[in-house]
Every structure is written in structure tokens, then in C-alpha cells.
Design a protein around this ligand. Structure first.
Ligand code: ADP
Ligand code: MG
Length: 374
């Protein structure tokens, strides 16, 4: 199964209304009324009379609502999660193109992004599973949330002043999966509880002003939600990782000062390694350079991820033209990745009286080498 890649072209912002939309969503010639757009059309910056077309699984334009994106692209992953498969959803794009809007969204019900909608879906399904089993099965949800900033891992449940400058270490666990050592894992029993923890943790996320966007985020934010389904003495754990990547822009455009340049170098390196991993996977190469950045080590695209959805966020205007093209080229390679369907096996808890949350490590989201596979 390959990575599902969907492009989302955001609307013009208030400050942009004078500008022309140069990026368009289109249907293929053979598409019927019911089919959605699958093509992004963008002018060749060297020759505006000519257009480039990029094909994706679906393409959404400014008319797509938050509900559309979730219902069409993400809601079905809840079912897979409950069947024991891991899920990864990530937003890629230049700062200011709508990654955070897509993943987190706004406060109102209609503006809620993929993450709160996903959690809502998880709790709904959990309650139903418990009810259908007449109390035989229980579903527990817990979360961890961390960011990778300058190639260091920081727990977003820790306030910035409590951070150790070196960040948290990553180690491979016994299953060969990369885990963040010392990460907080919080149980959350309801959507309301989740939202309280999530909002609070978001305040701890590193943000700093750049010329492109006053609140641009220079870090990768990685939310892991673990669901543990227990029936009798068997528990099956699966994890959904929702990732809001740092901006993919070329930092030569952003008038960086020294601090920004250090950040940009780290961001560009991790996204560059991500691109190299994507390239290596799409070419079927044996060696994938996952370990060359923390973000790719944790994301480990195409390794143990049964279901991966990448949302490519795009701004419709000319000022983003070159960066948009590089995002489109990146995404074009990503969609060729094949992911392995690995079902998380139930494990038996044989330690009576231990908390139900004592399962495999929380961040079970990284490399499973061929040797470790069953
Ligand atoms: P990023 O996280 O990629 O830097 P943001 O999510 O912060 O970008 O979006 C930049 C701005 O554009 C924000 O003001 C956001 O509210 C707005 N925006 C992005 N996508 C949409 C959308 N689909 N509809 C309405 N506003 C959007
Ligand atoms: Mg953002």
C-alpha cells in the first residue's frame, strides 16, 4: 500500500485579496461529476504560457472545508487503527500554507482540524466497541506530544524552562522501534480531557517570528495517540502519529538572522533527509538514510506504517511559486512509497495488578527492520 498524498490549496488570506490565484485544482479529462480533482496545475515560472501538472490521490481547493478533508481523507483511518494498524498523518508545506490549520485548526466546531476530529472519532468508536462487547472489552487512550527543534527532541508536556538543552534521547527498543526516552505519556479518557492537554502543550511549542509568518513554527510537532484495546488478558496497542512538520521553505528567502539560520539549517537538513528517504524508498534502494535525522528516524516513512496520509499544503499565490514547485516535486516522490502492512499483535499481560497503560513503549513509531518482522 502506498502513501496517500493529497494536496490542499488554501484560500487567499485577507492580506492577499489583491493577488491572483496561480495554482489550481483540476479534474482529469475522464473524471465524472462525482470524481474529485486530482491534478494541481501551476505555471512554469520561466514561461508563464506553460503549465506544469502534478497528479495526486486528491486535490482540494479553497472551497474544501475542514470537515471535507477529515471525512474524505482521514476518518477511515480510525477503523484501521482499531484493527491494530498504526497510522501516520502528516502535513508538509511552506510556512503560511495551512499545515497547522489543517492539523489543529481553529477553535469553533466547524474550524476544528484533523487532530480533534480524529480524537472525536476514536472516542466514539471506543465507546461503541465497549458497548457492543457488553463491557468485556475496554479501550484506553493515551497521548504523548513532542517537538523536534534543531534536531533535538523536547517533551511538549514539559514547560520550556524545564527542558534540558540537549533534549531527550532516542533509542531503539527491543522490537527495533525508535522510542523517545523519558517522554510523558498522559492517559486521556475523553475528548474534553484530550483537548485540555493538547491546548496546554501547544503553548510550549517553539515559535518565532520570521519574515514569512509572524507565528511560523520552526519545529516539527509530533502527536502520538495510543489506543490499547483489552479483552480478557489480551491487549492490542496501536498508535496514530499526527505530525505538523516545520516549514519547508528555502531559507534564503526569509532574511534570517543567526538564530533563524541555525533553525533553518536543522529544518532543512531534516526535510532534506526526509526527501532522500523518500527518494531511496521510491527507487527501491536497500539503504534508506532514516537515521540521519531525528525526525526521519521517528517518522520512518514506509517502514512499519500501515497507513500513511500526507497532506501537502499549498498557498495559491505567486510569492510562493518556487517553494510551491519544490513542495510539489517532493510530494510527487512521496506518493511512490510503499508501506508495509504490519498488524500489531496482541500481547498478553502476565503481571497481575499492573496498570492497563503498561504496554509496549508509547512511541512505537519507528524502524522495524526486516529482521525484526515476523
Ligand atoms: P502553517 O502552519 O503552514 O505555517 P497556518 O496553518 O498557520 O500555516 O496558516 C496560515 C494562515 O492561513 C493562518 O492565518 C490560517 O488561519 C490561514 N489558513 C490556512 N489554511 C486555511 C484554510 N483552508 N481556510 C482558511 N484559512 C486558512
Ligand atoms: Mg504552523
Amino acid at each position: 500500500m502506498s502513501v496517500r498524498v493529497v494536496a490542499r490549496i488554501r484560500p487567499l488570506l485577507k492580506a492577499e485579496i489583491e493577488k491572483d490565484i496561480i495554482v489550481h485544482a483540476e479534474k482529469t479529462a475522464s473524471a465524472t461529476d462525482k470524481d474529485s480533482a486530482t491534478i494541481v496545475r501551476i505555471p512554469n515560472p520561466k514561461n508563464h504560457g506553460e503549465n506544469f501538472s502534478f497528479n495526486f490521490n486528491s486535490v482540494y481547493d479553497q472551497s474544501a472545508t475542514q470537515a471535507h478533508i477529515f471525512d474524505n481523507e482521514v476518518s477511515s483511518t480510525v477503523k484501521h487503527l482499531f484493527k491494530g494498524f498504526d497510522v501516520t498523518i502528516f502535513a508538509y508545506g511552506v510556512t503560511g500554507t495551512g499545515k497547522t490549520h489543517t492539523m489543529r485548526g481553529g477553535k469553533s466546531l466547524a474550524e476544528r482540524g484533523v487532530i480533534p476530529r480524529l480524537l472525536s472519532g476514536i472516542y466514539r468508536r471506543a465507546r461503541k466497541a465497549e458497548k457492543d462487547s457488553s463491557g468485556e472489552s475496554t479501550v484506553e487512550v493515551s497521548m504523548s506530544y513532542f517537538e523536534i527543534y534543531n534536531d533535538k527532541v523536547f517533551d511538549l508536556f514539559e514547560p520550556p524552562e524545564k527542558r534540558t538543552p540537549a533534549g531527550l534521547p532516542i533509542r531503539d527498543n527491543q522490537q527495533g522501534k525508535a522510542v523517545v526516552v523519558g517522554l510523558t505519556e498522559r492517559p486521556c479518557t475523553s475528548l474534553k480531557e484530550f483537548e485540555g492537554l493538547y491546548d496546554h502543550a501547544n503553548i510550549n511549542r517553539s515559535t518565532s517570528a520570521t519574515k514569512l509568518n509572524a507565528h511560523s513554527s520552526r519545529s516539527h510537532a509530533i502527536l502520538c495517540v495510543k489506543i490499547s484495546q483489552t479483552t480478557g488478558d489480551q491487549t492490542r496497542v496501536s498508535t496514530v502519529s499526527a505530525i505538523d512538520l516545520a516549514g519547508s521553505e528555502d531559507n534564503r528567502r526569509t532574511d534570517n538572522n543567526k538564530e533563524r539560520l541555525v533553525e533553518s539549517a536543522a529544518i532543512n537538513k531534516s526535510l532534506f533527509v526526509l526527501a532522500q528517504c523518500v527518494e531511496a524508498i521510491s527507487k527501491g534502494q536497500a539503504r534508506i538514510p532514516y537515521r540521519e535525522s531525528k525526525m526521519t528516524r521517528i517518522l520512518s516513512l514506509g517502514q512499519n506504517k500501515a497507513h500513511t496520509v500526507m497532506v501537502l499544503n499549498i498557498a495559491p499565490v505567486k510569492s510562493y511559486h518556487l517553494d510551491t514547485l519544490s513542495s510539489l516535486n517532493f510530494a510527487n516522490r512521496t506518493k511512490k512509497i510503499e508501506t508495509n502492512e504490519i498488524e500489531n499483535q496482541p500481547f498478553y499481560r502476565d503481571i497481575p495488578g499492573k496498570s492497563k497503560l503498561d504496554g509496549p513503549a508509547m512511541t512505537s513509531i519507528a524502524p522495524t527492520s526486516a529482521l525484526n518482522r515476523q
